[in-house]
Design a protein around this ligand. Structure first.
Ligand SMILES: O=C(O)CCC(=O)C(=O)O
Length: 299
C-alpha cells in the first residue's frame, strides 16, 4: 500500500484534557457538533428507531452494534472528532468494543451504579493506570437539569474497586449529574462508577455511546461484523472493527492493518529509531498515554 492512503492520527487529548481525564475519569467537549451535525445524527437515531420492530414512539430504546444499522452511525467508528482520544490510549491495537443508540424517554429503565467492566474481577485490577475500556458519548439532546435520564458519575471513582452504593440508585457523595447541551461529547474511563437518573420529563434523551478497547479485549455486542457491511467501510473503520476470523487475529492483527495511523508529529509509521529488521506488524509503537505516564513519573 502506498503511503498516501495512510492517515495521520487525528488530534487527541490536550495536556489539560489528559489531566482532567486522569483526575476525574471523564472529560466533556462542548459544542463539538454544529446544529446541522446534531440534526444529521438525530435523523440517524430516528431512522434506526423507526426500523426497529420493538420500538414504540415515546418509549425508550437501546440498540446494540448500532454502527451496522446506519451509515451515519458507521462514520463515527473512526471520526476525526473523537478517534484521536481513544487512539492516544489504545494506539495501534484500537478496537470498537460496542456501539449503541439510546433513547431514554419518561420512565426509562435505568442502570444502577456500576463500572463498565467485568464485575467479579474488573479490568481495573489488571490495568490500574490506563483503562481497558473508554466510552465516547455523543449527546444529541439538551439535558439542562437533573431527572432527565442523565448520566451520573463519581469524579475520580475510576480508581476505586468498591462503591458503597454499588447496584443501587442511591445518590453517592460527590456525584456529578451530567447536564449537557446538545452537541457535547464526553469521553470517560470505563472504570468510572456511574448510574442513570430517572427521566421525569417529556424530553427524550437521545445519544450514542461508542466504546473502545485494545483489540484483544472481548467485544460487547457482536462476535464478528457482517462481511457485506465491512466492505462498505473505509480502511481505518474496517480495521477498528477487528473482525478477524483466525484465532490469533485479535492479538496478532494482519500485517496489512499496520499502521492504523501515522504518528501525529513525525508522520512516521514507527517510533524514532525503529529496528528495521522487525516487521511493522510486530514493531512496538508507543502510545501518547504511555509517553504521558512516563513524563509524569519523571516529573
Ligand atoms: O445511559 C447512560 O447514561 C449510561 C448507560 C450505562 O450505564 C452503561 O451503558 O453502562
Amino acid at each position: 500500500m502506498s503511503d498516501d492512503r495512510l492517515r495521520i492520527a487525528p488530534r487527541g487529548f490536550t495536556d489539560g484534557q489528559w489531566r482532567e481525564f486522569q483526575d476525574r475519569g471523564l472529560i466533556r467537549i462542548e459544542n463539538a457538533l454544529s446544529p446541522e451535525e446534531i440534526d444529521h445524527y438525530l435523523a440517524a437515531v430516528d431512522r434506526v428507531a423507526a426500523a426497529e420492530p420493538r420500538y414504540r414512539p415515546g418509549r425508550s430504546l437501546r440498540l446494540d452494534n448500532a454502527v451496522e444499522l446506519d451509515p451515519a452511525i458507521a462514520e463515527l467508528i473512526d471520526h476525526d472528532r473523537h478517534v484521536g482520544y481513544v487512539y492516544d490510549v489504545f494506539g495501534e491495537m484500537l478496537k470498537l468494543l460496542r456501539s449503541d443508540v439510546r433513547i431514554r424517554a419518561r420512565g426509562t429503565e435505568r442502570n444502577a451504579w456500576h463500572p463498565d467492566s467485568p464485575r467479579a474481577l474488573p479490568y481495573q485490577v489488571f490495568s490500574p493506570e490506563l483503562p481497558l475500556r473508554m466510552s465516547v458519548g455523543y449527546w444529541l439532546t439538551d439535558l439542562p437539569a437533573p431527572r432527565m435520564g442523565n448520566f451520573v458519575y463519581v469524579p475520580g471513582s475510576h480508581r476505586m474497586q468498591h462503591l458503597e452504593q454499588y447496584h443501587t440508585h442511591d445518590p453517592a457523595p460527590g456525584e456529578d449529574i451530567l447536564c449537557v447541551k446538545a452537541g457535547t461529547l464526553t469521553v470517560y474511563n470505563g472504570n468510572l462508577w456511574h448510574r442513570v437518573e430517572p427521566n421525569e420529563t417529556d424530553v427524550e434523551r437521545k445519544n450514542f455511546f461508542l466504546s473502545y478497547c485494545p483489540s484483544w479485549v472481548t467485544a460487547g455486542d457482536h462476535y464478528f461484523s457482517n462481511d457485506d457491511w465491512l466492505a462498505t467501510l473505509d480502511r481505518e473503520q474496517r480495521i477498528i472493527m477487528r473482525s478477524y476470523r483466525h484465532p490469533h487475529g485479535l492479538t496478532n492483527p494482519d500485517a496489512e492493518d499496520f499502521p492504523l495511523f501515522l504518528d501525529r508529529e513525525s508522520g512516521a509509521d514507527s517510533d524514532p529509531d525503529p529496528q528495521p529488521h522487525v516487521p511493522l506488524r510486530i514493531r512496538k509503537r508507543t502510545t501518547a498515554a504511555e509517553n504521558r505516564l512516563a513524563a509524569a513519573r519523571r516529573a
